[in-house]
Design a protein. Structure first.
Length: 395
């Protein structure tokens, strides 16, 4: 019995294996058929894609060959047309602006004409009213107005002749004044020369001219304050201005201040020389190194000598203020009798001259040239020369 069961089981197992093998073969054959069908479809699709690609390539070639050049030429044409339209628009805008200006002018003219019409209407009304009141009276008034106009015309001719005569008289007066100024300046120069030579002359008012002064600066903006400091220094040192002149700075160019000359009195030259020497010694004592700047210079002298001369404090302050303003200038000259202070772009130098040296510089006319004046001053003895550049920088 058991053997029979085993035999049946073996038969069943074999049958199932045969059935499973047969099913696998059928599935493999079906899968192979499906793969072949897919390959056929892919081949067909590749053929279609190749055809479409060839068509697209041909279409692109046609576009590049025919369409794109035509588009480029059309774009160029359109660009030229746009530029031409922009030019026309600009011209139209300019024309509109000009027309707007003309319209404004016409509107103003219209307003003016309307006002004139109103005036004419008023005048016409007035004339009619006057005519209605009496033609004879109007004629008399017109004759009277014409007579007055004739008198005014005659008076105008007389006024013109009087104006011409007045102009000639003023020109004569200007010539006389110019000659008087030249004469006065010559007399004052002579008085200064006499004072320098030790023979001061006394004028009719009993006041002598004992010294001369000069003032000039290259900086026009400093001219006013420099003049104020200069005249304050004169007053602080007991000097009075007898006469002053303003001379043209020949060849200096436009915008350069004129030369100022002063004729001074009140103190003798030797008094001024001693006073200014003491003031410069005191000024040198303000330097941080005890009043001993780089040579040449007279600042190394004993600053204690200043109080022994009995100076007033205001003259020292006035001189220092003048020297500070000179230092701020790019070029300046200030002379007060024997004192001569010169400022160039690099240096500030002061000197106290004796009468002979003053006459020499006066004759050589170097006062108005800072560079030349400083060269001449450096030829002086060291006790007459003060180097103030370092003092000005530390002030």
């Amino acid at each position: 019995m058991t053997t029979l069961v085993l035999v049946v089981l073996c038969v069943v197992v074999g049958s199932m294996e045969l059935w499973a093998g047969r099913q696998s073969k059928e599935q493999a054959r079906a899968f192979a058929r499906r793969v072949d069908e897919l390959n056929d479809q892919v081949t067909k699709q590749n053929s279609v894609l190749v055809t479409v690609g060839e068509q697209l390539t041909a279409e692109l070639s046609r576009v590049k060959r025919d369409v794109l050049p035509a588009l480029d030429s059309r774009l160029r044409d359109n660009s030229g047309q746009v530029e031409e339209l922009a030019r026309f628009v600009h011209q139209a805008d300019t024309y509109l602006r000009s027309q707007s200006g003309r319209l404004q002018e016409l509107e103003q003219q219209r307003v003016t004409l309307a006002a004139l019409r109103r005036k004419l209407a008023e005048m016409e009304t007035s004339v009619r009213a006057v005519t209605a009141g009496g033609g004879a009276a109007v004629a008399g008034r017109v004759d009277e107005a014409i007579a007055r106009l004739t008198e005014v015309e005659r008076g105008g001719a007389e006024m013109l002749e009087l104006q011409r005569a007045l102009t000639r008289t003023l020109e004569d007066v200007e010539d006389v004044v110019a000659e008087l100024l030249q004469y006065t300046e010559g007399e004052l120069d002579s008085a200064v020369s006499s004072a320098l030579a030790g023979r001061p002359r006394v004028g009719g008012d009993g006041l002598s001219v004992t010294a001369t002064g000069r003032l000039w600066s290259r900086d026009e903006q400093l001219q006013d304050i420099l003049g104020e400091m200069y005249e304050a220094c004169l007053r602080a040192n007991g000097l009075q201005v007898r006469f002053r002149t303003v001379e043209d700075a020949d060849g200096a160019g436009p915008g350069v201040p004129d030369h100022r000359r002063y004729f001074l009195g009140g103190r003798r030259m030797e008094e001024l020389a001693g006073a200014f020497t003491a003031l410069l010694i005191s000024t040198g004592a303000d330097l941080p190194n005890g009043g001993s700047p780089a040579p040449p210079g007279g600042l190394s002298r004993d600053p204690g000598a200043s109080p022994a001369l009995g100076r007033a404090p205001e003259d020292e302050a006035a001189l220092k203020s003048l020297l500070r303003v000179l230092y701020e200038s790019a070029g300046a000259v200030a002379q007060i009798g024997p004192l001569l202070a010169v400022r160039t772009r690099e240096e500030l130098v002061a000197a106290v001259l004796d009468p002979g040296q003053s006459l020499e510089l006066e004759n050589d006319e170097v006062f108005w040239d800072p560079s030349t004046a400083i060269v001449r001053l450096r030829r002086l003895p060291t006790h007459q020369l003060w180097e103030l550049t370092a003092w000005g920088a530390s002030a």
